[in-house]
Design a protein around this ligand. Structure first.
Ligand code: CUO
Length: 658
């Protein structure tokens, strides 16, 4: 037994040895509960100054040992003591990941809100050019006179690389924070002992849907910037034309994150001499892909116990999500392997597959950084294709299944604040955020950086619905897709359906007769607001960590272009009685102070996914025979409005500090 103490802020209790080491002028020693030291002998094999990668099975195994230890602590005081004991012994990134997963999943910490990860590990998000001027400011300029350092000081590429046109989106801090948080809420686990944090309702399907929406949104953003839809990496031998030079510092290794030359290609990974010990053959990934594609053609999966599970059902996608990712809920890991995670590894070590240059993993190897890289989208567009191959074998929805008898959607209008109807307005906006929590420089104190991000003018959907029957509840589903393809010709529906991005989903009561529904954009159940993403304050009450998972509100609408990018805004009202368990509707967001959940992409803590329909409904399956245009797909409970997305290139500065 031993006593653990945590250094805080009062002078008198400082132990000499702590003072000597950390040079604290003012500090206190806070004693924490005495516990038996947890066995970290396996976890410490991940060295403090190595690069941690969640897709690396060795690293994952070690992270999950710590997660199990932390989940197993009998009370919150013991949990805290174990965290303090582990903190200085372990790799920082591994520690932050494991503690965050445990805080998410323990019942007694569900109201604890961790600070935004950009405040904890800023090096994973912020351009490395920020840190030298920031050090200068901290060392020389008194706190109240410090100017924010611009994160955009050093772009990651020049316009010679056409992919750089969408770097503002790929490298957005809130976007990458969403991805980090999503994977904290939905870890894929290492052994069955991890089921308590992995086993959630429809988690395989949500893996498919959340990433499908990322690819659809990326394509929308590309079309806004005169780029073709992203190429799919369906040939693992083809060169990756897209290079990436992340300009990120790796705090653990003291080096910068490795880059990828254009025209690199996958090679067998044989890094046995590296501490990451990654060994994967390209052919192995091929085999996993083939066996999965064969299972899709057969519409059944072979389980571990020799029996089969059918894919020809609404639940098929959930099984498929778990075997493709792969999570420990895979019905047969030995057979279907580790396809998606291995793709991240192949991309992540592409610059040094046999460790001859002693290089660490690239940004594709980590959830916090992967979405910055164009390669992420090549890979996920292909992963999405596999899911679509399965979905296309399911029977199309009939008109009767899609319709909601007696309900007619007559109109949807987008009312834009200070703007024109049906014309979304986008622009760039700047904010100051403080990253001092994640910096170890002395003296400490306010460390402001200026970030720039896409934004849209607030708007309200006005939807006119007629109900010819008795009062009932309807689920309003709002999507948008680009109307024109790369040739400026109208999309055929078969392709356009894959580009629909979900903007909102909510339940309303429809009285008999005419109903005008007004839904403000800030209440979208897809998004969370800026302050919720970047808040550094971990002491807020009545909030849970699920609050940090959600699409950034400011990225709800794609950029569009100066002329106005034509898009189709789609609304459907379906029968809420069929969509939801009785009384288990989507949470209604009414105020601005509450923790705003974003259940569409993140689910709800401790509850079933709050919509029984297939995720992506009604665009998740091929249309019925004879439908080749969106207009032909519509039933009376649906409506399409032509809209434009107009981008204003004059940045509107905003001095909001978080
Ligand atoms: Cu979220 Cu590939 O899963 O990154």
């Amino acid at each position: 037994m031993f006593l653990l103490c945590k250094v805080l802020t009062k002078h008198s209790y400082v132990k000499t040895e702590i003072k000597k080491r950390f040079f604290y002028e003012k500090a206190t020693v806070v004693c924490v509960k005495s516990i038996n030291p947890p066995d970290l002998s396996e976890v410490v094999k991940m060295k403090r100054h190595e690069s941690f990668s969640l897709f690396n099975r060795k690293h994952l195994e070690r992270a999950h040992i710590l997660i199990r230890i932390l989940m197993g602590m009998p009370d919150v005081e013991s949990f805290f003591a174990a965290c303090v004991y582990a903190r200085d012994r372990l790799n920082t990134h591994l520690f932050v990941y494991a503690v965050s997963v445990a805080v998410y999943h323990r019942n007694d910490t569900k109201n604890v809100v961790l600070p935004s990860n950009v405040q904890v590990l800023p090096h994973l998000y912020v351009n490395n050019k920020v840190f030298a001027p920031l050090k200068e400011e901290l060392g020389v300029i008194p706190e109240k006179f410090r100017n924010p350092v611009e994160n955009t000081n050093g772009p990651t590429a020049s316009d010679l690389d056409i992919e750089h046109r969408v770097a503002y989106w790929r490298e957005d801090l809130g976007l990458n924070l969403h991805h980090w948080h999503w994977h904290l809420v939905y870890p894929f686990g290492f052994t069955e002992a991890d089921l308590p944090v992995v086993n959630k309702d429809r988690r395989g399907e949500l893996f498919y849907y959340m990433h499908q929406q990322i690819v659809a949104r990326y394509n929308f953003e590309r079309l806004s910037n005169q780029l073709a839809r992203v190429r799919r990496l369906n040939d693992f031998k083809e060169p990756i034309m897209e290079g990436y030079y992340p300009k990120l510092h790796n705090m653990a290794t003291g080096r910068d994150w490795p880059s990828r030359q254009p025209f690199s290609f996958w090679r067998d990974l044989n890094r046995e001499k590296s501490t990451d010990e990654v060994i994967i053959d390209v052919l192995q990934v091929h085999r996993w892909r083939d066996v999965i594609m064969n299972a899709i053609s057969d519409q059944r999966l072979l389980k571990n116990d020799g029996t089969y599970v059918s894919l020809n059902s609404e639940q098929g996608i959930d099984y498929l999500g778990n075997i493709i990712e792969a999570s420990i809920l895979s019905v047969n890991f030995n057979r279907y392997g580790d396809l998606h995670n291995s793709g991240h590894m192949m991309m992540g070590y592409i610059h040094d597959p046999d460790y001859r240059y002693l290089e660490d993993v690239g940004v594709m190897g980590d959830n916090s950084t992967a979405m910055r890289d164009p390669a992420f989208y090549l890979w996920h567009a292909y992963i999405d294709d596999i899911f679509v191959a399965h979905k296309e074998l399911l029977a199309p929805y009939t008109q009767a299944e899609l319709n909601f008898d007696g309900i007619t959607v007559q109109e949807i209008t987008v009312k834009v604040d200070n703007g024109r109807d049906n014309e979304f307005s986008t622009y760039f906006e700047q904010h100051t955020i403080d990253i001092n929590k994640g910096l170890d420089y002395l003296p400490r104190g306010s460390s402001p950086i200026l970030i720039s991000h896409l934004q849209h003018a607030p708007f309200t959907f006005n939807i006119q619905v007629n109900n010819s029957g008795a009062e009932r509840n309807g689920t309003v589903r709002i999507f948008m897709a680009p109307r024109e393809d790369e040739r400026n010709e109208d999309f055929v529906f078969r392709h356009q359906r894959r580009l629909f991005i979900e903007l909102d989903r909510f339940v309303v009561t429809l009285k008999n007769g005419s109903n005008l529904i007004k839904q403000p954009s800030k209440f979208s159940s897809v998004t969370i607001p800026f302050e919720q993403i970047f808040s550094a304050d971990e002491r807020q009450n009545n909030k849970t960590n699920y609050c940090k998972c959600g699409w950034p509100d400011y990225l709800l609408i794609p950029k569009g272009n100066a002329e106005g990018l034509p898009a189709d805004l789609f609304v459907m009202v379906s029968d809420a009685q069929k969509d939801f368990e009785p009384g288990k509707y989507l949470p209604t967001v009414t105020g601005e102070k509450e923790c705003k959940p974003a259940p569409e992409y993140c689910g709800l803590r401790g509850e079933k996914y709050p919509d029984k329909r297939a995720m992506g409904y009604p665009f998740d399956r091929l249309p019925r025979a004879g439908v080749s245009k969106l207009e032909q797909f519509l039933t009376p409970n649906m409506f399409v409005q032509k809209v434009d997305i107009k981008f204003d290139s004059k940045a509107k500065a905003n001095s909001l500090k978080v």
